[in-house]
Write a protein that binds this ligand. Structure first.
Ligand SMILES: NC(=O)c1ccc[n+]([C@@H]2O[C@H](COP(=O)([O-])OP(=O)(O)OC[C@H]3O[C@@H](n4cnc5c(N)ncnc54)[C@H](OP(=O)(O)O)[C@@H]3O)[C@@H](O)[C@H]2O)c1
Length: 229
């Protein structure tokens, strides 16, 4: 199947990580669909992608955060695009720093755990996750670590529970910051480079149940592109 016959649903595609992936996929000739709760984010995404690829981008305002609303968004999506051949998920959020655990409520903990588990639960195919689940990034980010750890554990469980699903199921674990070109810091990944590398992973379709760990920008080439050849 050629890229132009494939329709990729990019969950979280209006976000920082997701927008780079959407652009990378469109530049490779894929058709891409993005669901976001926020129409202004979708407008921003439309003006961000390469102008000559805009016709291949379908945007839908919807919420995949509840089963009922996700079903509505799915129906709206299928009506627009007919079929979905691939899914990539970068759902979640960029940052949480509410303070040390004893200053937070149980409600906050439940919310974070539910959100992070849900990010994996809604989909399995290709996920962007973060290394925050293995260490405290800085004081006050403890619940982020707990939530991110649940995402990593859930991905692990899916790989073990579904060893032979007919779809390719891969995880890209990003152990560093991701930024747009105007907000780069040392060691961060440019979301455009990350998007290009994830698009190449999706394009090749030759690997399943793998975890691709990215610790620094150089890993995009050595881990995602070359290991995946
Ligand atoms: N940014 C980094 O430095 C970095 C580094 C390593 C790993 N990661 C991981 O990459 C993932 C994405 O991060 P990001 O920086 O791209 O975050 P982001 O810019 O906040 O984008 C997150 C996306 O998730 C969606 N989302 C969040 N909560 C939702 C909800 N309740 N219902 C429906 N959609 C929801 C948002 O959809 P809407 O468009 O509807 O708002 C948004 O498009 C996270 O899991 C993060 O841990 C990020």
């Amino acid at each position: 199947m050629s890229n132009s016959d494939r329709v990729v649903l990019a969950l979280g595609g209006a976000g920082k990580v997701g927008s780079g992936i959407v652009k990378g996929l469109l530049d490779k000739g894929f058709k891409v669909a993005v669901i976001s709760r926020d129409s202004s984010r979708l407008e921003k995404l439309r003006s961000f992608v390469s102008p000559n690829t805009k016709d291949n981008l379908t945007t839908i305002v919807g919420n995949v955060g509840s089963e009922e609303e996700a079903e509505q968004a799915k129906q709206a999506l299928l009506k627009e695009v007919g079929k979905v051949t691939d899914i990539v998920s970068s759902l979640g959020f960029s940052w949480w720093q509410g303070g040390p655990p004893h200053t937070q409520s149980l409600k906050d903990l439940h919310w974070l755990l539910a959100l992070h588990s849900w990010c994996v639960y809604v989909v399995f195919c290709c996920f962007a996750t973060g290394g925050a689940g293995e260490k405290l990034l800085m004081p006050g980010t403890g619940f982020l670590t707990v939530g991110a750890a649940s995402t990593l554990a859930f991905c692990h469980v899916l790989r073990e529970e579904y060893p032979e699903v007919p779809c390719k199921l891969n995880q890209v674990k990003i152990n560093t910051g991701v930024a747009t070109p105007d907000h780069m810091a040392p060691g961060f990944l440019n979301h455009l480079d990350l998007g290009e590398a994830v698009a190449a992973l999706i394009e090749r379709r030759n690997t399943a149940h793998n975890v691709f760990t990215i610790n620094c920008p150089a890993d995009l080439k050595s881990v995602l592109l070359e290991r995946n050849l």
